[in-house]
Unconditional design. Structure first.
Length: 116
């Protein structure tokens, strides 16, 4: 996955006296990214002053709504089930892990359990 463009930083630096070329060289941001932010700011009619109080994620969502996606890589963990299995009397920890492991379908948590 590519890195998100820091839209607020670019808009802040575009205020005089920095040029697009100077931003590219000093901040190591591609010219295509800077140009995309400039064009989108012109389309929306916004400047850094309009967006200064918003978070980076809000600004990125405003500029690039089709690219902004928060995704969860991990499968949801049923903590109630896991804790219940680990609390059972007379059970060895590996047996409890094996039971939990059998109920896993995907996700990092399940892969860790499969290694055990």
């Amino acid at each position: 996955m590519a890195n998100k463009i820091n839209v607020k930083l670019i808009l802040e630096l575009l205020q005089p006296p920095m040029s697009q070329r100077q931003i590219e060289e000093t901040r190591h941001i591609s010219s295509k990214s800077i140009t995309a932010v400039c064009r989108r700011a012109a389309e929306l009619g916004v400047s850094y002053a309009d967006l200064a109080d918003k978070s980076d994620d809000e600004v990125y969502l405003l500029f690039f709504p089709d690219k902004f996606q928060k995704e969860t890589v991990y499968a949801p963990i049923n903590y109630e089930y896991v804790h219940g299995e680990l609390k059972k009397d007379g059970r060895h920890a590996q047996a409890a892990v094996a039971r939990v492991q059998g109920r896993c379908e995907r996700g990092r948590f399940c892969r860790i359990l499969q290694v055990l």
